[in-house]
Design a protein around this ligand. Structure first.
Ligand SMILES: Cc1cc2nc3c(=O)[nH]c(=O)nc-3n(C[C@H](O)[C@H](O)[C@H](O)COP(=O)(O)O)c2cc1C
Ligand SMILES: CCCCC(=O)C(=O)O
Length: 356
């Protein structure tokens, strides 16, 4: 099944309100469409007679050995997509060798997510995404929960000082999870009565000091997700980050920012090889991966395509999404004369209408 077919199948099976929750973006959804169309403006300029029958497409990432160059970006509420929810996503990602970023908004607790990943592969990489809570003890409890579950890295999302205005959700009145579903990682946190849930923090209060404090409270590598300005990428490194993720939250936060892909080159320059630079937003085909890697990304994340695969066919659907992207990417790499990811270089990307 192609990604397009999985999307169409997901749309048919899902409650339209849940479909809109995933498909939608903030405000006028300008950034949502910009993320995808940015890839149409870049084209590949292949090299010839320098390839190989077999190619190595694995990457080294913090807290992951020999991972695929495509990771599963953190997305909320997988059990709205399929009854197997995050467990299915975890098994699929582990089987395909892709990092799974699960997070505070998962509808399955992180220890169960890691356990499911281990059913599919002996050494899976599951990272945990969180927001900085204004109360340090809540952040620390989440960090310990992720460590004890066996997560191999943390991802701190920094683009959500306030929750984006999701136009479709506001129109549909989608404000709460249906009964029987909850953000399970937010249960039993400090300061809340046993068994109850703490709200997922979206707060403008945290600063780089709080980030540095988090990075110091754990031995796990910590990545920062939601970087667009190159100066913030430098600040992230200065405050203990082990990697940065260029992202505009899939067009769901500020609706007046550039496409994620367009922010990538300046961040890559700012980081200058000191840590991996990941990106997400609008990746829909193997050649998109090749363009992002040529522009300096170490790996790319996919959000919505994974949700469509999950909704359409559960674990098999997520596997199909990840396998398809990897196969398409490998095919593109071959056509570009590459043997490994690093063979894709900046000079091999041109703007539409321009050549070198
Ligand atoms: C339904 C949905 C839920 C999301 N939930 C989260 C979240 O809980 N935490 C987070 O950091 N990002 C979240 N994101 C953003 C994704 O991690 C990622 O940045 C984005 O989806 C990438 O764009 P793409 O969907 O075009 O691949 C969410 C995105 C979607 C579509
Ligand atoms: C409170 C859950 C956060 C989900 C999220 O980040 C999104 O829908 O974009």
């Amino acid at each position: 099944m192609t990604l397009r077919a999985l999307h169409d199948a997901a749309r048919k099976t899902l409650d339209p309100v849940h479909y809109d929750y995933v498909a939608g973006g903030a405000d006028e959804e300008r950034v949502l469409s910009a993320n995808e169309s940015a890839f149409d403006r870049y084209l590949l300029l292949p090299r010839i007679l320098c390839g190989s029958e077999t190619r190595d497409t694995t990457v080294r990432l913090p807290g992951a050995r020999r991972a695929a160059p495509v990771f599963v970006a953190p997305t909320a509420f997988h059990r709205l997509m399929h009854p197997d929810g995050e467990r299915a996503t975890a098994r699929a990602a582990a089987a395909e060798g892709a990092v799974l970023v699960t997070g505070t908004a998962a509808t399955t607790a992180v220890d169960a997510v890691v356990a499911a990943a281990r059913e599919a592969a002996p050494d899976p990489a599951v990272w945990f995404q969180l927001y900085l809570h204004p109360r340090r003890e809540v952040t620390e409890a989440l960090v310990r929960r992720a460590e004890q579950a066996g997560c191999t890295a943390l991802v701190v999302t920094v683009d959500s000082a306030v929750f984006g205005r999701h136009t479709r959700d506001l129109r549909n009145g989608f404000t709460d999870l249906p009964p029987g579903h909850a953000a399970e990682n937010m249960r039993d946190l400090p300061g809340a009565p046993p068994g109850t849930l703490t709200d997922i923090p979206m707060s403008a209060a945290p600063t780089w000091r709080d980030f540095a404090e988090l990075a110091r409270m754990t031995a796990l590598p910590v990545l920062v997700k939601g970087i667009l300005h190159p100066a913030d990428a430098r600040l992230a490194l200065g405050h203990g980050a082990s990697g940065v993720i260029v992202s505009n939250h899939g067009g769901r936060q500020c609706d007046a920012v550039p496409a994620a892909l367009d922010c990538l080159p300046a961040v890559v320059d700012a980081v200058a090889g000191r840590t991996p630079v990941l990106m997400d937003g609008g990746v829909r085909r193997g050649s998109d991966i090749a363009v992002a890697l040529a522009l300096g990304a170490t790996a790319v994340g996919v959000g919505r395509p994974v949700m469509w695969g999950l909704a359409a066919e559960g674990e098999a659907g997520v596997r199909a999404v990840l396998a398809t992207l990897r196969d398409e990417y490998d095919h593109t790499l071959a056509l570009c004369g590459g043997r490994r990811n690093a063979d894709l270089t900046k000079d091999m990307v041109v703007r539409r209408g321009e050549t070198r």
